[in-house]
Design a protein around this ligand. Structure first.
Ligand code: FAD
Ligand code: DHB
Length: 397
């Protein structure tokens, strides 16, 4: 049975849409999630891996913290490698106790889907939203296709959690929509490998050969990234070339001959990098959240965390609206989120442009990058700023 009316129509069953559905369910607000892909696809899409404290708190509040608390790995810092040296940034001592958790987006999504389906929460897979009409009326309508037929879902509010290529943002008229964008002249080759993590924490490496990142999924699975030119075909990167390049980019003088422990590479993909913000994040009865409204390059691990923060603010605003009729939080939604979004945009841009080798870069530019990384190593203030942004700003009340 396809529902034809609900209070809140959530378009997109990625982390933003699913977390919002759970938060609204807990607050007694009825909502329907429409997701265009099938369950297996949504649960297996390899993406982010780092959760800020505020995201961890939101997942617990949504009732989705049990497996994360058992299997997630808490990290107290990251290592920066540059100029063939290593420098650790210690988060708790620089931020008054803040940390991050390594728990993959695939697992967050699996946990949220299982919860939503367990108590019969409406979640339709392979339900592709084609358009939203009536954004500026009291009864917007979502038009979608499911099981070969067209349907409509009328509602009080639509929340577009449908990612960067989603359709909900088109309900905001072009005359009131502004977009800000930057595309980077490099991509990431991301791989999953059945090999133990390189180190206890993540390593972000600047090298003249380009950026490298060593992350992890579990004590036996590594997630590794290499900067590659835009348009790279993963087929150009046989496994041995990937390992050799990681060895070269992560090398430090203090450990001559150091090499990564190799294992079978089970997935390879190329990710282009972009910064993008759509403003405003609300128009009439339509709200945008997560990647539907903003994209960051992945270097600061902010994408998933920003999406979670947006929907925490949406959930509070809709809860207030249904509990006591107050629309004040809905009215301030866009401004509240955009302040945090622009901070994360700046941090992600800073991490990206400080750590990557731009193909047009001059030796002067490289010196500036190294000077900035030195500053993070030598100045407690510079390190604290990085740590504060990386561990994430609190979600405003
Ligand atoms: P999404 O996860 O994109 O979810 C949107 C959902 O909406 C999808 O399930 C989609 O199928 C569905 N949808 C789209 N259109 C429709 C429609 N018309 N009707 C119904 N459903 C629709 N961040 C990091 O921090 N680190 C990383 O390493 C990292 N890697 C990434 C790799 C890739 C390839 C991408 C695209 C993003 C990556 N990110 C990373 C960013 C992070 O994964 C996103 O910020 C996060 O997924 C945002 O969640 P979301 O729910 O807003 O959007
Ligand atoms: C991961 C991805 C990131 O973009 C990042 O900055 C840190 C970790 C990851 O996939 O594990």
């Amino acid at each position: 049975m396809q529902p034809d009316h609900t209070s809140v129509a959530i378009v997109g069953g990625g982390p933003a849409g699913l977390l919002l559905a759970r938060l609204l369910h807990r607050a007694g607000v009825d909502a329907v999630v429409l997701e265009s892909r099938d369950r297996a696809y949504v649960e297996c899409r390899q993406r982010a891996g780092i959760l800020e404290q505020a995201t961890v708190d939101a997942l617990r509040e949504a009732g989705a913290g049990a497996r994360m608390d058992r299997e997630g790995i808490t990290h107290d810092g990251i290592e920066l490698r540059f100029d063939r040296r290593a420098h650790r940034v210690d988060f708790p001592s620089l931020t008054g106790g803040r940390r991050v958790m390594v728990y993959a987006q695939t697992e967050v999504v699996k946990d949220l889907v299982a919860l939503q389906l367990a108590d019969g929460g409406p979640l339709l897979f392979e339900a592709e939203v084609r358009a939203v009409t009536g954004a500026d009326t009291e009864r917007p309508v979502v038009h979608y296709r499911h099981e070969g037929r067209d349907h409509t879902l009328s509602c009080d509010y639509v929340v577009g959690c449908d990612g960067f290529h989603g359709v909900v943002k088109r309900a905001v008229p072009e005359a009131v929509r502004s977009t800000y964008e930057r595309v980077y002249p490099y991509s990431w080759l991301g791989v999953l490998a059945e090999a133990p993590p390189v180190y206890d924490e993540l390593i972000y490496a600047h090298s003249e050969r380009g950026f490298a990142l060593a992350s992890m999924r579990s004590p036996s699975v590594s997630r590794l990234y290499l900067q590659v030119p835009n348009g790279t075909d993963p087929g150009e990167w046989p496994d041995a070339r990937i390992w050799d390049e990681l060895d070269a980019r992560l090398a430090v003088d203090a450990e001559p001959g150091w090499k990564l422990e190799r294992g079978p590479i089970t997935a390879k993909s190329v990710l282009p990098m972009r910064s993008h913000v759509t403003e405003p994040m609300r128009y009439g009865r339509v709200l945008l959240a997560g990647d539907a409204a903003h994209i960051v390059p992945p270097t600061g691990a902010k994408g998933l965390n920003l999406a979670a923060a947006d929907v925490v603010v949406v959930a509070r605003a809709l809860t207030a609206r249904y509990r006591d009729g107050s629309t004040a939080l809905l009215d301030s939604y866009s401004d509240t989120c955009l302040r945090r979004v622009w901070r994360a945009e700046h941090f992600s841009y800073f991490m990206t442009t400080t750590l990557h080798a731009d193909p047009e870069q001059s030796p002067f530019d490289t010196r500036l990058q190294l000077s900035q990384l030195e500053q993070v190593s030598n100045s407690r203030h510079a390190a604290a700023e990085l740590a504060e942004n990386y561990t994430g700003l609190p979600i405003p009340d």
